[in-house]
Write a protein that binds this ligand. Structure first.
Ligand SMILES: CC(C)(COP(=O)(O)OP(=O)(O)OC[C@H]1O[C@@H](n2cnc3c(N)ncnc32)[C@H](O)[C@@H]1OP(=O)(O)O)[C@@H](O)C(=O)NCCC(=O)NCCS
Length: 159
């Protein structure tokens, strides 16, 4: 339950990521397709991995504020690359730090991730908008919508 509490706290604070679900739902989610980073057994980093078939997307990427600026985001991206069996990994961001981390791990900006991937990324964006509306998270919706055009798709092709 401690992990789910941490995750809910992080998701509540960070308006650039998906909204938090109930404690029970986050607890269940923590046993699915996610990658974590721990220090002395405690969660300090979290990311969801979405399976798009040939490609995977790294999304909802968070490092605990107490552990930022120490290379932990890079560690988590490298762990995701190592664990994920996909040969193509995508990530969408407009956060300059996240962009620096992705570029440092070999990702490059792409304008066309592929038709299936583009459709799935769009569907997931629409789903996220609905999940924010349903939860009355209008501040979060505004923060994400106002800089929508600044989002870039990063792609890593593993040989
Ligand atoms: C984005 C985030 C994951 C970065 O975590 P972090 O642990 O501080 O990242 P790291 O220390 O591994 O690396 C930060 C990188 O950004 C660079 N950086 C720092 N400030 C920067 C800035 N203003 N502009 C560009 N790059 C910057 C650092 O030099 C470093 O790059 P380097 O490894 O090549 O030196 C963290 O700030 C976070 O969780 N933010 C809130 C959630 C969020 O916005 N997630 C991204 C959603 S897409």
């Amino acid at each position: 339950m401690q992990d789910a509490q941490w995750l809910r706290e992080m998701l509540s604070q960070e308006l650039e990521v998906r909204p938090p679900r109930s404690l029970k739902a986050e607890q269940k989610y923590l046993s699915s397709n996610i990658i974590t980073l721990r220090v002395d057994g405690s969660l300090i980093g979290y990311t969801d991995i979405r399976d798009y078939g040939k490609a995977a997307e790294i999304t909802t990427f968070i490092i605990d504020p107490k552990f930022r600026g120490k290379g932990n985001a890079k560690k988590l991206v490298l762990k995701a690359i190592e664990i994920t069996p996909h040969k193509i990994i995508l990530s969408c961001t407009r956060n300059p730090k996240m962009a620096a981390v992705l570029e440092g791990c070999g990702f490059e900006i792409t304008h066309w991730p592929g038709l299936k991937e583009y459709i799935l990324l769009t569907i997931n964006t629409i789903k996220r908008v609905f999940s924010m509306i349903i939860r009355l998270e209008f501040k979060r919706l505004w923060v994400q919508a106002k800089g929508f055009t600044k989002y870039k798709i990063y792609k890593l092709q593993i040989e």
